[in-house]
Ligand binder design. Structure first.
Ligand code: F6P
Ligand code: MG
Length: 472
């Protein structure tokens, strides 16, 4: 799809794409090297041939990552990705072939393509080995942040369990300001601000800021509401009231706390409302943008709630009785999984890379915008059309919805969806961490440019955008 506006590119030195190229990727890549080195360090003391073999492979991975970082820093070229049998190689190489000369340089290639390519290329270094094929270099940091979110996790567990225990919650829910409506707004906003917990942004954001952004509870959310620059939640509520026993799809973003808030919203809709009876979750097949959900992360997040020792070492461990709340929650989620009310779109134990060849699982780790979804992944579109609401979480999903282009900020959100407009009913919950944005009311961008010049990328502002399917 040809966007009428240019894609964000690091050639623009005022863009966040440029900041990413010169500052963020050069921080993320050494982080990966560090994680591999830590494993290598352990291997040094093991004398088995297998350990030594793995050590040699580990060292080779480190050299490849260092070379990649070096290339980026001196505007080297993006090279073809070697075939590693895990799919989604041709789509990158085909597009690369359309760039000639300078256009192939790291400082020139449009940001969305380059960033997706980066994670696919990184995966390739691991996929080509024997001993590191299932290694997720980002897992330790995902686990650490999940643990340090214990206070918000416990708060939400108590809040949702209380709602589930109430028998009168959905009484009279159509009335304006009903208890169910208020509870819905609280759960959905927790899921929105859960997106602030994105590890690829921790490079820029202080951890204390992040905990503040994990806004839970009515008061914290009211405080945060002024940071929602476009808020379609009233429309979403009106729409949901017309749905009965429907299907919700969640195109997930980050593992750990954000995933937890996805579960909270999904469980709330199933257990407390008449609207939804099943939720299909879509994750990534390979480690992606640092913290995105892989099949392993999905079950791990639930299992950790049941593992008393996991949160016991957190800075704010559960108090007396609070572990019980977590257990109640996790047991209910496990039963949703076994009854099929919660479903991952690929089998729960899919190894890394295995879902890449399938059009349905693999599309999410291609470079394509969702504007191209009707053309590039018609089977996936057909699947999503069975859903009553498709929820797209987070910043990267938003960038892909609007093609990561420099839309005038007041362009209607629907228009920015290009060919995806009206094909599915969709809701995007995004905290702003990249340049692109559409659908804002007149004057908002101008005001913020003066008041908070980093409003597009600081992660402190958000947009909630909804668009309904039109029968055609
Ligand atoms: O803001 C930097 C960035 O890496 C963007 O490239 C990307 O869109 C975003 O972070 C990832 O955020 P999220 O996890 O919300 O998609
Ligand atoms: Mg992410």
């Amino acid at each position: 799809y040809e966007c009428p506006y240019p894609r964000v590119s690091p050639q623009d030195k005022h863009s966040f794409a440029y900041v990413t190229l010169i500052k963020r990727w050069p921080t993320i890549l050494p982080g990966v090297i560090n994680t591999v080195s830590n494993v290598n360090h352990e291997l040094h003391s093991q004398s088995s041939p297998e350990a030594q073999d793995k050590l040699t492979e580990g060292k080779a991975i480190i050299s490849k990552i260092s070379a990649l970082k070096h290339d980026m820093g001196r505007n080297g070229q993006l090279v073809d990705i070697e075939n590693d049998g895990q799919g989604n190689v041709d789509c990158y190489n085909r597009e690369l072939a359309t760039f000639t000369g300078d256009q192939r340089g790291w400082s020139h290639v449009n940001w969305l393509f380059a960033e997706c390519y980066l994670y696919r290329r990184l995966r390739n270094f691991f996929a080509l080995t024997k001993h590191w094929r299932d290694f997720d270099p980002f897992f330790p940091s995902k686990a650490e942040t999940y643990k340090s979110s214990s206070a918000a996790i416990i708060h939400l567990a108590k809040a949702l369990n209380t709602l589930v225990r109430r028998t009168d919650l959905s009484q009279d829910f159509e009335r304006e300001g009903s208890a169910l409506e208020i509870a819905f707004l609280e759960m959905v906003q927790a899921d929105l601000w859960g997106n602030a917990t994105d590890l690829s942004l921790l490079v820029d954001l202080k951890y204390e800021d992040l905990q503040k952004l994990q806004a839970v509870g009515a008061a914290a959310q009211a405080e945060q509401a002024k940071y929602i620059l476009r808020n379609d939640l009233p429309k979403v509520w009106e729409y949901l009231k017309t749905v009965k026993d429907g299907r919700l799809d969640i195109v997930m973003d980050n593992a750990g706390f954000e995933l937890y808030t996805d579960f909270i919203l999904a469980d709330f809709l199933i257990s407390c409302t008449p609207f939804v009876k099943e939720v299909v979750f879509h994750g990534k097949a390979i480690p992606w943008f640092v913290s995105d959900v892989l099949p392993y992360d999905f079950t791990w997040a639930i299992d950790s709630l049941l593992d008393v020792s996991f949160f016991a070492s957190a800075s704010k461990p559960p108090k007396e009785g609070e572990s019980e709340e977590l257990k109640t929650l996790a047991t209910r989620w496990k039963s949703h999984l076994s009854s099929g009310k919660f479903k991952l779109s690929v089998p729960l134990d899919t190894p890394l890379g295995d879902a890449q060849n399938e059009e349905i699982g693999g599309f999410w780790t291609t470079q394509y915008s969702y504007q191209d979804l009707p053309k590039v992944a018609p089977k996936l579109l057909e699947e999503l059309q069975k859903s009553d609401l498709v929820l797209f979480k987070g910043d990267l999903n938003y960038r892909k919805l609007v093609g990561d282009a420099w839309w005038p900020t007041t362009t209607p959100f629907e228009e920015a969806l290009g060919p995806l407009k009206g094909k599915i009913t969709l809701l995007s919950l995004r905290t702003n961490k990249a340049d692109t944005i559409a659908g804002l009311p007149e004057g908002v961008a101008e005001r913020l440019n003066k008041e908070a010049p980093d409003w597009r990328t600081s992660g402190k502002y958000a947009v909630v955008s909804f668009c309904e399917k039109h029968e055609s």
